[in-house]
Design a protein around this ligand. Structure first.
Ligand SMILES: Cc1cc2nc3c(=O)[nH]c(=O)nc-3n(C[C@H](O)[C@H](O)[C@H](O)COP(=O)(O)O)c2cc1C
Length: 150
C-alpha cells in the first residue's frame, strides 16, 4: 500500500512527529511519501494512495485555527472523496488551550464526512513530541498494521 503523510507545522513539532511516523511505516515496508503542506496542493489528496496520514498543529485561541499551510487544504477537503481509503490523523498542541488539538478533530471529521475509514484513534500530542517518541512509534505501528491488513 502507498501512504501519503501530509503535515502542517509552524515550529517543527508536527513535522518531527511526521518523520517518526514515516520511519515506522518504512520499517513496516509501507511505501511512504512525506509532504509538507506548504509544498502541497489539493490534487495530492486525489492521487493513488490507499492511506492518508494527516498531521496538523492547532492555533488560534477562542476559535480553532488550523496551522496556516494546512488551512487551504482543509478548506478544499469538502470536494475530496476518501471512499475506500484509510485515514489516520495526528497533531501537536497544548492542553492549556480551550480546543486542545482542535485541528486534529476538524480534519478527522472532514475526512470521515468524505467517506474515509478511520480505524485508529487520532494522536494528540501535548507539548514536545520528543518526550513521547515511544507513544508516537506505538501509534504509527497501529497505522502500519492497518495498512498491511488492508
Ligand atoms: C498563539 C498560539 C495559539 C495556540 N492555540 C492552540 C490551540 O488552540 N490548541 C492547541 O492544542 N494548541 C495551541 N497552541 C499550541 C501549538 O499548537 C503547539 O505549540 C504545537 O506544538 C505547535 O506545533 P507545530 O510546531 O507543529 O506547529 C497554540 C500556540 C500558540 C503560540
Amino acid at each position: 500500500m502507498k501512504a501519503l503523510i501530509l503535515f502542517g507545522s509552524t515550529t517543527g513539532n508536527t513535522e518531527y512527529t511526521a518523520e517518526v511516523v514515516q520511519e515506522v511505516l518504512d520499517k513496516n515496508k509501507v511505501e511512504t511519501t512525506l509532504l509538507n503542506a506548504v509544498d502541497a496542493s489539493l490534487e495530492v489528496m486525489e492521487k493513488d494512495f490507499g492511506l492518508f496520514v494527516f498531521g496538523c498543529s492547532t492555533w488560534g485561541d477562542d476559535d480553532i485555527e488550523l496551522q496556516e499551510d494546512f488551512e487551504p487544504l482543509y478548506e478544499g477537503m469538502d470536494k475530496v472523496s476518501f471512499d475506500g481509503k484509510l485515514v489516520a490523523t495526528f497533531g501537536c498542541g497544548d492542553s492549556t488551550y480551550t480546543h486542545f488539538c482542535g485541528a486534529v478533530d476538524a480534519i478527522t471529521e472532514k475526512a470521515q464526512a468524505g467517506g474515509a475509514k478511520i480505524d485508529v484513534s487520532p494522536l494528540k500530542i501535548d507539548g514536545d513530541p520528543d518526550d513521547v517518541r515511544d507513544e508516537i512509534e506505538d501509534w504509527a505501528q497501529k497505522v502500519a498494521d492497518l495498512a498491511k491488513a488492508a
